[in-house]
Design a binder for this molecule. Structure first.
Ligand SMILES: NC(=O)c1ccc[n+]([C@@H]2O[C@H](COP(=O)([O-])OP(=O)(O)OC[C@H]3O[C@@H](n4cnc5c(N)ncnc54)[C@H](O)[C@@H]3O)[C@@H](O)[C@H]2O)c1
Length: 444
């Protein structure tokens, strides 16, 4: 019923009526197309921080279709980058209003605002730390104010993290981040990695995606392959048919495997290395829900969700991260969930498992820094899949409407974020939880 309501609200006369009574219309999101310019329109870079040059070099990179950097006054803008990384005192924040307000007025639909600051946890001066924390409140509020599918996000640099800032800014400006809004990303990595081919940055990499037979996993497999990776698609034997279809579509291989099997990690390594020569990227995507209020939650529902979503990842990592497993410079991306951040009624088991995944990522990342292996979590909000199609209609429509972008995301939005974190250039992003939720009110 609510899907009919959503369709009716989007249609001609009903849409005009809906607008008049104040029901917001979901805007079109600007999504990534290989080879398209990083932004639709010129970019204003202001603030005078230590990453100004890095951002301008990124924007002038001809391989990224050379966006123009424009002065304070002028044409409609594709994006605004406010680099306040050198701010030392709250007075330095004035630029957010003085430059930010007129620039945001000129922002085109689907535009981007990226604010750059310094990670407050790396600062000892109290006024400076307070100033950089202030950027978070500013950016999250702006995300809620922008319309037309535009987004605002914050990059917090740990020291001279030129490589991390470059990679994160490129992602946040591009259509890859269409459903990432109101987020703060902490980045490190002084070295800017060699740019590589922007259209196929994963060329030569071997990626394993669990739960790849459908939904978000199938889309992750497609996007990693589009970006140049060779993909091993993993799913349970019962999903054998769709799994083979996905593997064929991406010209990869299929591995029928229950991720809770004790030897799952070893079998993944063996398959990737013997069939494709290495293992570079692992995406722990397989997941299940068995929703019940805690008082009605039986033991199998409790145990199976924790087994599939959390314990299997911990167990598989033992083999995946052992010698002979994931290569130097490898990438591990785990699917968490906004439920794991905010909690959700009827999902005590699921939210516990996904919060556990976040804990795993945060604890593991520092241990793997020396090997150049990054570990991150992607936390989707409301994404249109078979999993969310099972939510009762009215709650489903509410789930969509709870975000600043007024809609659910697509599996592709999650896949684009996973693919970005898998890039060689994203070596400065580790131990992070990137929410792909359109700035869902839940947990924000
Ligand atoms: N859809 C959303 O809105 C949403 C939101 C937040 C997080 N997530 C997470 O994203 C991931 C993918 O979600 P989805 O919506 O595509 O789910 P889905 O149910 O459509 O697909 C999950 C896939 O995982 C596979 N799988 C389940 N148990 C497995 C096992 N033991 N071994 C191997 N494969 C197994 C299933 O067969 C299926 O193909 C999950 O981890 C989910 O928790 C989804």
């Amino acid at each position: 019923m609510a899907d009919l309501l959503a369709a009716a609200l989007a249609a001609g006369l009903t849409s005009r009526l809906a607008r008049r009574v104040g029901v917001p219309q979901p805007p079109r999101l600007r999504r990534y197309e290989p080879g398209a310019p990083i932004c639709e329109g010129p970019v204003l870079v202001a603030g005078g921080g230590r990453f100004t040059r890095t951002v301008e070099d990124l924007l002038r990179d001809r391989a990224l279709a050379g966006v123009t950097v424009v002065p304070a006054a002028g044409p409609p803008l594709g994006a605004v980058v406010l680099d306040l990384s050198e701010a030392a005192d709250p007075a330095d924040l004035d630029v957010l209003r003085a430059v930010g307000a007129p620039a945001v007025r000129r922002l085109r639909p689907g535009g981007r605002v990226v604010v750059i600051g310094t990670d407050p946890h790396t600062l000892t001066d109290v006024a400076a730390a307070a100033t950089h924390r202030a950027l978070e409140g500013f950016t999250r509020s702006l995300g809620k104010e922008l319309g037309g599918g535009a987004t605002a996000n914050l990059v917090l640099a740990q020291g001279d993290a030129h490589g991390g800032v470059r990679s994160a800014t490129q992602f946040l400006l591009s259509g890859r981040s269409a459903f990432v809004d109101g987020q703060a990303l902490r980045v490190s990595g002084a070295e800017a990695d060699a740019p590589g081919d922007p259209v196929t940055p994963l060329t030569g990499k071997v990626a394993v995606v669990t739960g790849a037979a459908r939904g978000i996993g199938a889309e992750i497999a497609a996007v990693l392959a589009r970006d140049g990776a060779t993909v091993v698609a993993v799913d349970v034997p019962a999903a054998g048919e769709p799994l083979v279809r996905v593997a064929n579509d991406v010209r990869g291989t299929a591995l029928q495997l229950d991720v809770t099997a004790p030897d799952a990690g070893g079998r993944i390594v063996e398959h990737a290395v013997s069939r494709h020569g290495s293992l570079d990227i692992v995406v722990h995507n397989a997941g299940i829900t068995r929703d019940r209020l805690l008082v009605n939650l039986d033991e199998p529902r409790w145990r199976s969700v924790l087994d599939v979503n959390l314990r299997s990842v911990l167990r598989m990592n033992e083999s995946l991260l052992a010698t002979g497993g994931i290569a130097q410079g490898g990438r591990v991306v785990c699917l968490a969930s906004v439920s794991g951040i905010a909690g959700n009624r009827g999902q005590a088991n699921y939210a516990a498992s996904k919060a556990g995944v976040i804990g795993l990522v945060e604890a593991l990342a520092p241990q793997l820094r020396d090997r150049g292996v990054t570990v991150n979590a992607v936390a989707p909000g409301f994404i249109e899949t078979q999993m969310t199609a099972r939510i009762p209609p009215v709650r489903r429509e509410l789930g969509r409407r709870l975000s600043s972008l007024q809609q659910g995301g697509s599996p592709r939005d999650v896949a684009e974020t996973v693919a970005w974190l898998s890039q060689p250039g994203a070596s400065g992003i580790t131990g992070q939880v990137v929410r792909v939720c359109g700035q869902s009110l839940l947990g924000s």
